[in-house]
Design a protein around this ligand. Structure first.
Ligand code: PLP
Length: 479
């Protein structure tokens, strides 16, 4: 007899009381479909051995419950990387979130001109604000900065050459590589200079009848130190103008405020880039701007109009939710002090170390109590990263809690126990210790309230490994 026939039939399973509860919750079709798939998987795995019916209904219940829970969940980002790409980058301000909510739940004048009572343009909601903050003549918004670069290059350089310094042919997190984006945009990359040094004459010598543009890319997540030379933007702009070609700049983070004034490492602003002669600049909405995911293109009216007329714009455009959140974020930027208190990214980046230390000291005793001696907890000073393509060498003094391994619980176990909380707490492992950088913890009560639910029982650990193999989150250089 084929041992696989020892599997319980679906009908038999469905007659059990547990199954009736499941059907009441999830519907008969879902339960039958899930049981069929679980049984098939068991048959496939059995390979001669007889798999029993044990646990099929329990597994079915667990899988259906998981499917009914939201997959995308809030977490506490205590990694120390403020704008963490894997954790969703910028948190919206309350005002931006409220604006997004209104746009989501109401009809809006997205493309409707209320004065004239006719068709309007979705860019009109943000264009003037962006122009005010950058000094540009015109602006448009697309899905993200990668899309902005793609649209800009495809519009202005299709089938022609774009000259870029070899020192700026960067990869920003696995999928965005300047040469690849350029190829997909339909342009030919003309590399000049060397990795560490590029001169104005390199650009001058590269110009030919096929040259469509010069491009500068902000190196973002890496720094070249030592014997280096980069062409000052104003010089490159003058050369571009002499040849009648545009200078395009991918600024990456593209802060709209002078971060220096906040005591943060300086980042080139869109306003400086435009002032120094850029014809078009692109930057992300959810990096240092602290808004929703989008890509902003600001520059000369004639160029922006061409980009708007490109059919790709239709494929890359943003929706009303993004525009509503972006508008509120840009409005806050009108006043640097308001921006700093209202926009979480700026508030967290500028949070004083003393305040974070005080928080760490307050949290240490209750955390220690919750661990009941299973791990050593200490208040430590540490360094936060800005994240999202900011220079990795620019670190911010911070503070947090460090957990040292003891015989009872491993560091990996501790990290898992914190991830398993109802509001998962994500830390990092640093020099053999599990570290919670408290820079981004603003809701102290939410953290404290769930400490009692920490659970690092080794049995439980082993259980979950057996039943729920987890995919590790993607990690890359851009975090
Ligand atoms: C982050 C970054 C990008 C990609 O921006 P997204 O908004 O993530 O699409 C492109 N270029 C540079 C220089 C960057 O820093």
């Amino acid at each position: 007899m084929d041992p696989r026939s020892a599997l319980p039939s679906i009908d038999k399973l469905l007659r059990q009381a547990e199954a009736r509860d499941l059907i009441a919750h999830h519907g008969r079709e879902n339960v039958v479909d899930m049981l069929r798939r679980l049984l098939q998987a068991r048959r496939a795995a059995a390979q001669g051995a007889a798999p029993g019916p044990e646990g099929v209904l329990a597994e079915c219940a667990e899988r259906l419950a998981a499917r009914a829970r939201p997959s995308l969940r809030p977490v506490l980002n205590l990694t120390g990387t403020v704008n963490h790409t894997n954790l969703g980058r910028a948190l919206l301000s309350h005002r931006a979130a409220e604006a997004a909510f209104q746009a989501m739940t109401n009809a809006t004048n997205l493309e409707y001109d209320l004065d004239r009572g006719g068709r309007g343009d979705r860019d009109s909601h943000v264009e003037e604000l962006i122009c005010c903050l950058t000094g540009a003549e015109a602006a448009t918004v697309v899905n993200n900065n990668a899309a902005a670069v793609l649209l800009m290059l495809n519009t202005l350089a299709l089938g022609r050459e774009v000259v870029v310094s070899r020192g700026e042919l960067v990869e920003i997190g696995g999928a965005f590589r300047v040469p690849d984006v350029m190829a997909r945009a339909g342009c030919r990359l003309h590399e000049v200079g060397t990795t560490n040094r590029t001169h104005l004459r390199d650009f001058a010598n590269a110009v030919n009848a096929d040259t469509a543009a010069f491009m500068k890319v902000h190196a973002s997540n890496y720094a070249i130190e030592g014997f280096t030379a980069e062409v000052p933007q104003a010089d490159l702009a003058a050369l571009a103008r002499r040849h009648g070609i545009p200078l395009l700049i991918d600024l990456g983070s593209g802060s709209l405020l002078d971060l220096d004034a906040f005591g943060l490492p300086p980042e080139p602003t869109a306003r400086q880039a435009i002032r120094d002669g850029a014809d078009a600049v692109t930057f992300s909405g959810d990096k240092l701007l602290g808004g929703p995911q989008c890509g902003i293109i600001a520059g000369r009216r004639a160029l922006v109009d061409q980009m708007r007329a490109n059919p790709l714009k239709r494929a890359l455009r943003v929706d009303k939710i993004i525009l509503a959140a972006l508008t509120a974020t840009l409005q806050a930027h009108g006043d640097p002090d308001r921006a700093r208190s209202e926009i979480p990214t700026l508030r967290l980046l500028t949070r004083p170390q003393g305040e974070i230390r005080a928080l760490a000291r307050r949290l240490c005793p209750p955390v220690r109590a919750a661990l009941s001696g299973l791990a050593d907890v200490a208040v430590v000073d540490c360094l936060s990263q800005i994240g999202s393509g900011a220079r990795p060498v620019d670190l911010l003094p911070s503070a947090g809690l460090a957990f040292a391994e003891t015989g009872a619980v491993s560091v990996a176990c501790l990290a898992q126990a914190f991830r398993d909380l109802p509001l998962p707490v994500i830390g990092r492992i640093h020099k053999g210790r599990f570290l919670l950088d408290l820079r981004c913890l603003e809701d102290e009560a939410a953290f404290l309230d769930q400490l009692g639910q920490l659970d690092w029982g080794p049995d439980r650990r082993a259980d979950r490994k057996a039943t729920a193999p987890r995919r590790r989150p993607e990690s890359g250089p851009l975090r």
